[in-house]
Design a protein around this ligand. Structure first.
Ligand SMILES: [Zn+2]
Length: 341
């Protein structure tokens, strides 16, 4: 129910940072998504706390769902914690856009007289559903695998940081990806910020809104393969690649094949003396002692292979002239068993 209750998932700590800049470094710069560590310019942010809005006018800014506000009466409006933080764009109950409001729980006023009824893009709905799932269940199912809630929030905040880097500090490839993200999101690059990078938590809500939409767009473009996520967490957003065998068939499971072959061989051995002897030869091919040989022979008898089909001793089976006609005891086989022994 409180931000403190979300430590260390949503943010690492509410305490003062142990070293100047370490909170930001640990949360935002430890991993990467769209760009690699090498491509990322150095940046220090002091006394920072993840997602906690800072407001210059010293008045609490929150976001309220118009449908929630309408359906409650007499100051009974309860606001989920998540809508107090610049982390989602939509109401988890109604799916509509949240509007900036000021005031407190008992009294609030809309920041703008007109409600924001722009449609919610699909990728934003997906992003908010993942955040909601993270807070509710502690995990989020991403295309590659399910991740811990802490990973999801750091991934999201890292993307926001990456798409805020001034273009002049980026190499060609990451710059093109980030330009495409902003263009696809339908917002000016870097939410219209010119010059040095600014910290997301200090931005006014309309710009935070653009950043959240651009982050959702970035995730969508990575998932569809339109941009490549070369950072350490990027692979989480793409499905496991198929690795077909060279002939284009799905990969073989040799143990499944072995089990199938074994039951086919057993069915044959129950009917055919030659097959029975071959099967015993295969099963005892690594066997050194008569005792083990007898044990395996006993197992086959237990599996309804007639005793008369099976050579009686290891020596008899491996003798050059052993067995029934045609049983393969060629020189190769003999050398192999000698090698083992
Ligand atoms: Zn609502």
């Amino acid at each position: 129910m409180t931000v403190a209750g979300w430590v260390p998932w949503l943010l690492d700590s509410l305490d003062p940072e142990p070293m100047p800049g370490s909170a930001f470094d640990t949360y935002v710069r430890q991993e990467s998504v769209i760009i690699t560590f090498k491509e990322r310019p150095h940046r220090e942010v002091m006394n920072w706390r993840a997602w906690l809005p800072l407001n210059s006018n010293n008045r609490p800014v929150s976001r309220v769902c118009p449908a929630c506000a309408e359906s409650t009466t007499g100051g009974a409006l309860t606001l989920p914690l998540i809508v107090q933080l610049p982390i989602t764009l939509t109401c988890p109950h109604h799916g509509c856009r949240l509007d900036a409001a000021f005031g407190s729980f008992a009294f609030f006023g809309w920041e703008h007289s007109k409600t924001n009824n722009r449609p919610v893009p699909r990728q934003v709905a997906i992003q908010d559903a993942r955040t909601e799932e993270a807070l509710r269940t502690g995990t989020v199912a991403l295309p590659r695998r399910t991740v811990h809630v802490g990973v999801w929030f750091r991934l999201l905040r890292t993307i926001i940081e990456e798409i805020s880097i001034p273009f002049s500090k980026l190499r060609v490839r990451p710059r093109r990806s980030i330009e495409l993200i902003w263009r696809t999101a339908g917002h000016p690059a870097r939410a219209g910020i010119i010059g040095a990078a600014r910290t997301y938590e200090t931005l006014p809500w309309p710009q935070q809104e653009m950043y959240l939409e651009a982050a959702a767009t970035a995730i969508h473009l990575i998932e569809t393969g339109e941009i490549e996520a070369r950072g350490t967490l990027g692979h989480l957003l793409t499905p496991e690649p198929d690795r077909p065998a060279p002939d284009g068939l799905p990969p073989r499971d040799i143990w499944d094949e072995a089990r199938e072959a074994m039951s086919e061989a057993l069915a044959l051995a129950q009917q055919d003396p030659l097959a029975a002897e071959r099967m015993l030869a295969v099963l005892t091919s690594l066997t050194r002692t008569e005792k083990t040989f007898q044990s395996i022979r006993g197992d086959l008898i237990g599996l309804d292979v007639p005793e008369a089909f099976l050579p009686q001793t290891l020596a008899a089976m491996r003798a050059p002239d052993a067995g029934t006609r045609g049983v393969s005891h060629n020189n190769g086989d003999r050398y192999r068993s000698q090698d083992i022994e």
